[in-house]
Design a protein around this ligand. Structure first.
Ligand code: ZN
Ligand code: ZN
Length: 111
């Protein structure tokens, strides 16, 4: 049921995620998630998914999940959260989001 949670990546692109992935991905995103550009992007994705969780269809506590995280080698930093293509951003309710993260590691792609 969580098959949509993360996208499939080829072995060539798959990098062992770091331990503190959540800190990198969501933690240091902290301030950025209040950025207007993220708010707009998030709103766009919620609208695309018809304001319901793509796993259980709940409309409660919706969040936008990144199916991959992209690390820019040249800039030595992660992409800003709004700079991901539509297919890598999906709407999940808080529960499914939490469960998914407990179950899977989001692949980090080094670009
Ligand atoms: Zn859900
Ligand atoms: Zn997530």
């Amino acid at each position: 049921m969580y098959r949509r949670f993360k996208s499939t990546v080829s072995d060539k692109d798959r990098i062992t995620p770091v331990d503190k992935q959540e800190d990198i991905a969501h933690g240091s995103y902290g301030a950025l998630l209040f950025d207007k550009r993220w708010k707009n992007r998030r709103e766009y994705i919620l609208n695309k998914d018809r304001y319901s969780c793509t796993v259980c269809s709940s409309q409660q506590g919706l969040q936008v999940h990144h199916r991959q995280y992209h690390y820019l080698k040249i800039e030595k930093k992660f992409k800003v959260p709004w700079d991901y293509p539509d297919q890598l951003l999906i709407t999940l309710c808080e529960k499914c989001h939490q469960k998914g993260h407990n179950q899977y590691k989001v692949p980090i792609i080094y670009l």
